[in-house]
Structure formats: C-alpha cells, structure tokens
Design a protein around this ligand. Structure first.
Ligand SMILES: O=P(O)(O)OC[C@H]1O[C@H](OP(=O)(O)OP(=O)(O)O)[C@H](O)[C@@H]1O
Ligand SMILES: O=c1cc[nH]c(=O)[nH]1
Length: 454
C-alpha cells in the first residue's frame, strides 16, 4: 500500500475540498482580515502507538474547520527509519513556512514499501489547523517551535509491538522474524534514545492513545477555544478578547453603524463597556475565602482585590467610569489628559490627577479605542513613572487595532489588554477600520473635537 510520506491525509481542505462555505456562498463580503495564522499541533509517540487514530479523531471532531494532516517527511534511502537522520526536517520546515504564510506547499510522496519518493508531490492548501504527525516531531526544537500544542501518545510497548507485528506482516507483506529483528535492532533503541526523551516537551500526554476519549475531548475543546480567539491572542499572552456571543456581535453592529442615534450609541456602548469591565476585573489577583451560607454549609470562594483604582484617559475614557463604579463600590478614579497630534504622531501629557498611593494599587486604565496605541502607551508611561508596576495595569478597551496592540505589547509586554473586538487595522487618518468612528464625538454628541485645554 502506498501512502504519501508527508501529507498523508487531507481532511476537509488540502485539495480544495473545504467543507466550510466560501464567503460568496454565504453571502458575506470576501474576508479582508489579515492572514489567519494556522493552529499547529504536533502529535508524537512510538511506533503503532495510535498517533494516526488520535489525529483522525481530532479531525473528525473539528469537522467544521479546515484541517490538514501532515506526516513527518522521510528521507529517501535511509536504512534506519526510526533515527532522527531518517527525516527531512529542512524540507518539512520550508513546507510549514509556506503553509503558515498562507501559500500552497508541494509535499513529496513516499512509498513505505519501496522506501522511495514518488512523483508528483502532493499540493497542500493552507488550513486553519495543521496536524503534524510522526514518531519524532517533538525531537527537533525548530519543528517544536512551530507548534501551538504538543501531544505525545503514550501506549504500552507490548501493545505497540503487537500492533506493529500485525501491520507489517498483514499490510506490508513482511515475515515475523524480519519484523522482530528490525524492532530489536532499530525501532526499540531509537524509541529509548530519541522518542521517549522527547515526551518531556509535550503539553499533553495521552495514555492509551485513541482509547482515551476524555483526553481527546479536552484537546478538541482547547483547540476550539484557541481557534475562536483572535490570532493576536495566540501571539501575546497578555491580550484578552471577551468571549463573543451573538448579543455582543449585535451590540457591535449597533455601535459601529454610522446611522445609529446618539441615544442608542450610548446605550449599547455602555452595555459593552460593562462586559469589558467585568471581564477585566476577572484578571485581578484574589485570595481564597470560606464563608457559611444561610443553610449552614461552607462555601469556598474568593475575596475581591481591595487595592484598586481606575484611571480614565480623558475624554472618551470617562465614558467607562460609571461601569467601573457600578462594579467596584467607592473605587478611586484618576484621570490623564493627553494631547495627541495624529499628523505629527506626538503625544503630550496635558494634565493628570491620580491617587497619591497609586503605586500600591492595581490600575484599571480606561479608554474605549486603541488605534495607533500612542495615547495608551503614553498613559502607561505616566503610570509607570508614578511607580505602578507594569504588571499591575489592566487596559480596558472596546475596540483595538492590531497596530495598537503591537505598539503596547512591544513597549509594555506585562500590561494586560482586555478588549471586546480586534479590528482589521488603521487607515491613513489613523482611524480604526472598520472601527466605529470618533468614539468621543458619538458618545458625548459633539460634532467636532474639543481643542485640548491650554
Ligand atoms: O491609539 P491612538 O492613536 O492614540 O488613538 C486612540 C485615542 O483616540 C481617542 O481619543 P481622541 O484623541 O479622539 O480624544 P477624545 O477622547 O477626546 O474624543 C481614544 O479615546 C484614544 O484616547
Ligand atoms: O478610530 C478611531 C481612532 C481614534 N479614536 C477614535 O475614537 N476612533
């Protein structure tokens, strides 16, 4: 039986068999968002451990996603097929690079009977999820570094030997003695020397392989969560987008609509702000506390963090103060006014009024729009200058641009950013696209911007 040595199975996508409806079929505008970075999973484990079955189960559960399964590429002509030298890591890396960039990759086919590559190679299209499977995919750090999730399938060695014997004799026409000889000479020593030691790099170890449905279910849930997140959340662990629902999409639809009245804009912006504030508070530290309920039972809970304050960036940030006050009784709120000259790209601190003991507090920094990030970076620099540890700052925001996120994360990687949606980018005027226009003017009903105080 001949199978491709690299892109063995193309599920749902590889050769243009996507099960997802195209944008034209679904009646949407073509997706103009920046390139989606695929979620890459590595699945390693000894021979006949059930790696392929585990991959097939993950693919079956992710049937609404474009998934491609790629096998570790064999080098033609190698004798010890279980040694790291038997794999063509350079070609694998270049193919993965193409797929990550969103290009088609041509992957050599490999015949397991003749141990030769077979022309033509297989064309693999980019996908949402790439599963990289092979006994040694966790061995090389360059391959590991590509992965968002590393799995090791850990199946009992007797079970694996039994399966291997059956497969090689029944499916590949070899005799028992020859299979056992190869196992003792190459397969087992390589497992002990290279494969088993790579288990320490795994994020998840699946005992009993494909029989472990609970583990596979948990893995699939995790992948779904990650796929639902914006790609920037995969890059920056300090960036959080609140969990989207149709209610949240509906509120965004209203606040982004140029025809929405001021009254409705304020109503739905306030609803969104409240959700962002509640989510942001969830990132504060907590202490465990046990209380007794009216039924006399003990409930183990947590106490709210007490050393808090809000800081709004005037003027739009002030729209978020009410929601913060409604959630945190009596919270102190400071203010920062920055004059931003978007043409010159400069920011000037005009005014600040902050609690004297701010350096001992966790700070919730408020501003509904993160565009170039200049205002937020300047505001954080003021706080840090007052002695607030960077990691004690949570920036709460309704709409963020990728440019703003990059700018903040580059300068202040420990500041947490909580937003409700990440948009496509900025236009020439430095407005967020698609965005919601000038937030302050829409929220406060001012047709033109107020000049900064002199
Ligand atoms: O990331 P940046 O490129 O710095 O842009 C974001 C800033 O722009 C908006 O304020 P704006 O200057 O419009 O003032 P306003 O709040 O008074 O409306 C917003 O509230 C941010 O403070
Ligand atoms: O799109 C933008 C950019 C900056 N400030 C806003 O209010 N909106």
């Amino acid at each position: 039986m001949m199978k491709s040595g690299f892109a063995k199975v193309l599920k749902n996508m590889g050769d243009n068999r996507s099960t997802r409806r195209s944008s034209s079929e679904s009646g949407r505008e073509p997706d103009q968002s920046p390139l989606k970075v695929p979620f890459i999973i590595g699945v390693a484990g000894g021979t006949a451990s059930g790696k392929t079955t585990v991959c097939d189960m993950i693919i079956a559960h992710l049937r609404d996603q474009r998934v491609v399964l790629v096998n570790q590429l064999k080098k033609v002509g190698e004798y010890n097929f279980d040694h790291p030298d038997a794999f063509d890591t350079e070609v694998l890396l270049s193919c993965m690079e193409k797929l990550k960039r969103g290009s088609v990759a041509t992957i050599p086919n490999y015949d397991f009977k003749t141990h030769k590559s077979v022309e033509p190679g297989r064309q693999v299209n980019p996908a949402d999820v790439i599963i990289l499977e092979g006994i040694l995919v966790l061995h090389d750090s360059r391959v590991r570094d590509l992965m968002n999730m590393k799995i090791f399938v850990d199946t009992d060695s007797d079970v694996r030997l039994g399966r291997r014997l059956r497969r090689d004799t029944v499916e590949r026409g070899r005799n028992v003695e020859n299979v056992l000889d190869q196992y003792a000479k190459f397969v087992k020593p390589s497992f002990d020397e290279f494969i088993l030691p790579s288990m320490k790099y795994a994020d998840v170890i699946i005992p009993r392989g494909a029989d472990n449905e609970v583990a596979i279910d948990l893995i699939v849930q995790h992948i779904r969560t990650k796929l639902g997140q914006h790609d920037l959340c995969k890059f920056y662990s300090n960036v959080f987008v609140i969990y989207s629902t149709f209610q949240i999409r509906g509120m965004h639809t209203l606040v982004r609509d140029a025809k929405t009245t001021k009254h409705d804009f304020v109503f739905y912006a306030d609803r969104l702000i409240r959700l962002v504030v509640e989510h942001g508070l969830g990132h504060l530290p907590f202490n465990e506390k046990q209380i007794t309920t009216p039924t006399g039972s003990v409930y183990t809970g947590v106490v709210f963090c007490e050393r808090l304050c809000g800081v709004s960036i005037i003027r739009s940030g002030e729209s978020m103060e009410n929601a913060l006050r409604a959630c945190c009784k009596g919270i102190k709120i400071g203010k920062i006014l920055i004059h931003r000259d978007s043409n010159a790209g400069t920011q000037e601190l005009i005014y600040e009024k902050l609690p004297k003991d701010i350096s001992t507090r966790h700070v919730l920094l408020l501003d509904p729009v993160l565009a170039s990030g200049n205002s937020a970076v300047k505001a954080v620099s003021v706080l840090v200058g007052k002695g607030v540890p960077e990691s004690n700052i949570i920036f709460l925001n309704l709409i963020a641009s990728p440019e703003g996120i990059h700018a903040m994360c580059k300068k202040y990687p420990k500041v947490k950013i909580v937003t409700s949606e990440i948009d496509r980018g900025l236009n020439k005027e430095m407005s967020v696209i698609p965005g919601m226009g000038e937030f302050g003017d829409r929220y406060f009903g001012t047709a033109t911007k107020r000049p900064p105080p002199t």
